[in-house]
Design a protein. Structure first.
Length: 498
């Protein structure tokens, strides 16, 4: 499709503007596409009457002809973004047209071919006005096609995505493309992540009826390609330890910010996740930024911090949110209680079960139930002074007693569990990144986590336009530049390929 006789009216910098085009030519091209579509549909009906293709066969052929027609219309639209003049002046630099040739793009319906011009300033890389005006993603994908691929890969492995795209019958990206594109897009997102996230926060409002906001963080061990698995196992052997467990795993950090109404019902959750990093530094900055913005909007909200008993979690939460009501997750607490009682009475023995049920109810229902637990564990430690597990769990409850007022919190309809962030660990990480045989590097894993978290936080629809807009860099020639007549245009064979 040769679009050289259209005069582009987009300038370099500023918002994209429309393109002056020969509407008669465009309408004629569209009419041609529609005529072919109508004929193809008629041919399918005729074929279905002659052959026993069944409804499935009919639908497959119908999808194919509509996809072909869609590709034709998209190609016509893409051609409108092209610029075809002898030279361009951009940012004070002269760009000379060095090539005009057909190129293949992929839209949501499949591959399309469009003739485009390339320009170069001296030895600098060539620019492609069509790509920049249209916002072609990574030099090949239309924005909607790229979006579909990112969503697909966030939900499913590339191999599964390739199979599903093929079954749908529209575009057919390969598994390697489905693997590469999210990484490239995430690199763009990370380069300007703080600004993007700030814009997302500024466009959001606190759900109606919110009286409490809870912040939580946790982690989940994930298999890593660069997790130094073998080195850790060799070190364990050298130290005389039995090499076992997830030696090649590292911790992916997950964080949540959840809104609750006066009845204790969760209204909304924003999720965050980061690949392994020292002290979860980036994740903690993200959580602080989220909470600061929320409290600026509604400073009278009840603030809660919920986590397991990990020391690093509470060092951060106490320092970042000193006014928050601190709560150790109730279910982690009873796990520690069970470990102590099993160690004292025997694992899952009737005495251990009976004592566990009794102390669990007291911890949950009595105003100062944690003190009853501490007294019982102190008695068991005296009875079994050499059992380190009992001593360890006693210290756990003593250190966290001020974060275990579960009955009082329940009476106020406040959350007492970190189930939200644990569910985030499962849905963000485990379900997608811990399937059989999977191992991750940082860049690939973060690409999954970034877009998966945006999807699960209902932010993707607002985030995608911000990301896609980074690929739009409008380009147009000066208004006084007149394109060559067709007979005088330079062809690719005359200038050579780049």
């Amino acid at each position: 499709m040769d679009n050289g006789h259209f005069l582009t009216t987009i300038h370099h910098g500023g918002p994209p503007m429309g393109i002056n085009l020969n509407l008669k030519t465009t309408n004629s091209a569209i009419a041609g596409v529609l005529a072919i579509l109508a004929q193809n549909i008629q041919d399918i009906f005729s074929q279905s009457e002659r052959e026993d293709m069944g409804l499935e066969g009919f639908e497959r052929k119908l999808r194919g002809v509509f996809a072909e027609a869609e590709c034709g219309v998209v190609a016509e639209k893409l051609a409108q973004y092209d610029v075809d003049v002898p030279k361009l002046v951009l940012d004070g630099k002269n760009y000379r047209r060095v090539l005009r040739a057909a190129s293949t793009y992929t839209c949501a319906a499949g591959e399309v071919q469009v003739t485009r011009s390339l320009y170069r300033h001296q030895a600098e890389p060539a620019i492609v006005p069509l790509d920049q005006n249209a916002g072609i993603v990574e030099g090949h994908w239309t924005p909607w096609a790229a979006r579909q691929m990112v969503v697909m890969t966030s939900l499913l492995p590339p191999q599964t995505g390739e199979t599903l795209f093929a079954e749908i019958g529209m575009m057919r990206p390969s598994k390697s493309s489905l693997d590469r594109l999210p990484k490239a897009l995430n690199a763009v997102w990370e380069a300007d992540r703080e600004r993007f996230e700030q814009q997302l926060r500024e466009a959001e409002t606190i759900p109606d009826g919110t009286v409490t906001v809870a912040v939580s963080l946790d982690g989940v061990m994930t298999p890593m390609k660069d997790g130094k698995r073998q080195a850790k196992r060799e070190q364990a052997k050298a130290e005389g330890k039995r090499p076992r467990g997830p030696a090649g795993h590292q911790e992916v950090g997950c964080g949540t910010v959840s809104f609750f109404n006066a009845q204790g019902e969760r209204l909304q959750t924003r999720k965050l996740a980061r690949m392994p990093e020292p002290k979860k530094k980036c994740l903690k900055r993200q959580l602080q930024a989220e909470m600061e913005h929320i409290l600026q909007q509604q400073p009278d909200l009840r603030l809660m911090a919920i986590a397991d008993g990990a020391k690093d979690n509470w060092t951060f939460l106490k320092g970042a949110f000193p006014k928050a009501t601190a709560v150790v997750d109730f279910f982690h607490a009873v796990d520690h209680l069970k470990d102590a009682l099993d160690n004292a009475y025997g694992e899952n023995t009737p005495p251990a079960k009976a004592q566990f049920d009794k102390l669990r109810r007291r911890l949950l229902d009595e105003s100062n139930g944690v003190e009853a637990v501490i007294r019982s564990l102190r008695h068991l430690r005296k009875k079994h002074p050499r059992r380190k597990v009992i001593a360890r769990e006693l210290a756990y409850f003593r250190n966290n007693r001020h974060r275990m007022h579960y009955a009082d919190l329940k009476a106020q309809q406040l959350p007492i569990g970190s189930g939200v962030v644990e569910a985030a660990c499962k849905t963000l990480v485990t379900q997608r990144m811990k399937n059989s045989g999977m191992r991750w590097r940082h860049c690939g894993g973060q690409a999954i986590l970034t877009f998966r978290a945006l999807l699960q936080s209902d932010r993707f629809d607002r985030a995608w336009p911000k990301l896609a807009s980074t690929y739009v860099v409008p380009v147009r020639p000066p208004a006084e530049v007149i394109p060559f007549p067709k007979s005088q245009r330079t062809t690719s064979s005359e200038v050579g390929a780049i």
